[in-house]
Design a protein around this ligand. Structure first.
Ligand code: WTA
Length: 679
């Protein structure tokens, strides 16, 4: 089908779709047949999901997923024992659920709408075409010996072929590990080695914002000295003429696919077989491979997409996140496709070639749902507000927000300027580990409050715990940390190769609960307000970063003896990374004729090169000494306060072994950060 035809079809279908808006009493928009019609229905279903999860999720799993073999038990295990399992003995295949059944019923229906970096390259892939492509790539992998349980690395930009590659893996029961294309070659290598991947799927080059990313070159650098990868499949994205291919290891996607048949039967998998790994940052230096399983994850993706977003089959979902992160996994791929809904795959950035880009996409495909991180909205609010009125974005019904807290004023702006007071704002709180939404309104049912993610999703037994006493605060109007009291289908089951770390991170802090790592409050209506991480995780532009990982990169520099990284509030990016660096010698570089600015630049480049550009500290502050406790632990709290211009609120310093360093740090921040900012 040509793009034009399908555009026409989408426009036609979307225009004629029934309106499923917010309830009249709340947004004053047209009432419509949303799946969950009001709070009474939500409460009833929520209560059943908590009190009788077996019946609730047993029925949901049968209604929304196709099982090759039915499950014999719905929910098993406990958080304490970290032995959670769902849909025991059931067998299914994720690619069959996301592709085949829709391809058989509706082969010409759009599955992936590819909005390329250059708008001239846009393309639409129907469910029928998707099935053929997935089967062919699965055939290639199979011919290379990939089988159930093997891990396959995918290092690709946000293009339809990344989705094809993921679905090809799961068709064979292989476990994909997508590595965000913004990661450096070193980060790529660490993740490939940790997961033991023998096969990698990548492309020649990427394009983002008109710039070229030398993807294959980064792969070659990363795999230098790694012999375990036997095969690399390379998709020709830009057709650049000078891509070196290593004979016997590197193969072109189009050439290999040509040799394959257009149908390959899916391999039935156990519900608890791993579906994918996704590496994420935690409190420790090395990233952890979060393990998601087939049945529970897929159900979580299906149910949240359906009920939170109130997605109907004729809708068009525009998730503006990258497939390298969990949002892309759950709401660009698995959620929409398992329901047979079209998903927009956006390769570019909101400002390229101009700030009208998002709105052109929505207008072009009559998108009904838009899902984005607040950081993108802040940029648009500042630089591109005038563009919005130029486009017809009246097809929108639901506007999602994800990745970081959305402030009430940005929420109001989103509602008014993008939603034109006619959409539901869904602030969705969740994590790589949760697999799907934890706390979010159900579009059409839940009255919203600007800045609150509202209420827990079905099966999520949310709790606020007093972090000092460890006791659950059962009343309303409380503040503490957010934990979950019982397992839910899409929760991560383990950390790859390190189940002990999984137990220590999530189950040990508050026995009997899963610990999210976030601070949160519950107001007098029982609504949740997420305050941000309480551990050493920083959230920059919706990207989750570990301070320990950045510190480890900084100390790799010969001049650096120690480093401490903190996150501070930033108007544009939510949080910004500030690095305090202690040098081995007092500014040794200066002696060689270079300036401290050169060293700062060098350190920033080092982090960009070792982790990825998105992890680069905003500022490097060179200090003589770092504040430490008697046991030698760096007190980051003090550094955070000073960098936030709150040096007058340092609190109790009595546990510091070297209190005299504090004035010097305040001076260093004033000179190197605040003065530099004023200039
Ligand atoms: C934060 C992203 C406030 C939170 C899906 C969480 C949020 C971390 C929200 C997970 C939200 C995510 N409001 N904070 N709506 N959504 N977060 O793993 O701190 O990249 O723990 O998953 O992002 O980040 P991750």
């Amino acid at each position: 089908m040509t793009t034009e035809n399908i555009e026409h079809k989408i426009v036609h279908e979307a225009r004629n779709a029934p309106v499923h808006g917010a309830p009249k009493h709340f947004f004053n928009s047209q009432p419509g047949p949303s799946y969950i019609k009001d709070m009474a229905q939500y409460k009833k279903m929520y209560q059943q999901s908590i009190e009788d999860p077996e019946a609730f999720f047993g029925k949901m799993a049968t209604d929304y997923l196709y099982w090759d073999k039915p499950f014999s038990k719905v929910k098993y295990g406990s958080l304490e024992n970290a032995d959670v399992a769902w849909f025991l003995n059931g067998e299914l295949n994720a690619s069959y659920n996301c592709v085949d059944r829709h391809a058989f019923a509706n082969p010409d229906k759009p599955a992936l709408i590819y909005e390329a970096d250059s708008e001239r390259e846009n393309r639409i892939i129907t469910f029928g075409e998707l099935l053929t492509q997935v089967c062919k790539v699965a055939g290639v992998l199979k011919s290379w010996g990939v089988k159930k349980g093997d891990t396959v690395a995918i290092y690709m930009p946000m293009i339809p072929e990344a989705i094809v590659a993921m679905l090809a893996c799961v068709r064979l029961g292989a476990i994909h590990s997508v590595i965000f294309a913004g990661f450096s070659s070193g980060s790529l290598k660490d993740r490939i080695v940790d997961a033991g991947c023998k096969v990698l799927i990548t492309c020649d080059e990427g394009r983002r914002g008109g710039k070229t990313i030398h993807t294959k070159k980064l792969v070659d650098e990363g795999l230098n000295g790694v012999d375990s990868v036997s095969h690399i499949l390379v998709f020709k994205r830009t057709a650049s003429p000078n891509i070196p291919m290593k004979a016997g290891r590197d193969f072109w996607w189009h050439e290999e696919c040509e040799k394959q048949r257009s149908y390959l039967p899916p391999t039935p998998c156990n519900a608890e077989d791993p579906l994918f790994l996704l590496y994420t940052s935690g409190s420790t230096g090395s990233p952890k491979g979060i393990v998601h399983t087939t049945g529970g994850y897929l159900l979580g993706a299906a149910l949240t997409t359906r009920y939170v977003f109130d997605i109907h089959p004729e809708d068009v979902l525009f998730t503006a996140g990258d497939v390298g992160w969990i949002t892309g996994h759950t709401y660009a791929l698995y959620g929409p496709l398992v329901l047979g809904t079209a998903s927009i795959i956006f390769e570019s950035t909101p400002g390229y070639p101009d700030y009208g880009r998002y709105w052109r996409i929505i207008e072009r495909y009559r998108a009904t749902h838009f899902y984005v991180a607040p950081t993108a909205l802040r940029v648009i609010k500042r630089l591109g507000e005038a563009e919005i009125a130029k486009y017809d974005i009246s097809s929108l019904r639901v506007l999602g927000s994800v990745g970081e807290p959305i402030s009430p004023d940005l929420w109001e702006w989103y509602n008014e300027k993008i939603g034109q007071n006619n959409c539901v704002i869904c602030d969705t709180m969740w994590q790589t580990e949760s697999g799907s939404h934890l706390i979010a309104p159900l579009a059409g049912a839940t009255p919203t409050k600007p800045g609150s993610a509202t209420l827990p999703f079905f099966g999520v037994h949310a709790a606020i715990i007093d972090p000092v006493t460890g006791i659950e605060l059962k009343e309303n109007d409380v503040e503490g940390v957010l934990a979950i009291k019982s397992s839910w289908p899409s929760m991560a089951r383990s950390i790859w190769n390190n189940h002990a770390h999984y137990i220590n991170t999530y189950m040990k802090p508050y026995p009997g609960f899963y610990f999210t790592g976030d601070g949160a409050g519950r107001d007098h209506d029982g609504y949740y307000w997420i305050r941000g991480r309480v551990d050493d995780v920083v959230n920059v532009s919706g990207h989750r970063l570990s301070t320990a990982e950045i510190e480890a990169s900084l100390v790799n520099n010969d001049c650096v003896s120690e480093a401490a990284v903190v996150g501070i509030h930033d108007e544009l990016t939510g949080q910004a990374v500030i690095a305090f660096v202690q040098l081995k010698k007092q500014l040794p570089i200066e002696e060689e004729g270079a300036s401290p600015d050169d060293l700062r630049r060098e350190l920033i480049l080092q982090v960009r090169g070792e982790i990825g550009p998105f992890a680069a500290p905003k500022t490097i502050i060179l200090v003589r000494d770092l504040p430490k406790t008697r046991s030698g632990k760096i007190m980051r709290r003090i550094l955070r306060k000073v960098a936030s211009n709150e040096a007058d609120q340092l609190g109790d310093l009595s546990t510091l072994a070297n209190q005299d360093v504090v004035p010097a740090i305040i001076d260093a921040v004033n000179i190197q950060f605040f003065n530099a900012k004023k200039k």
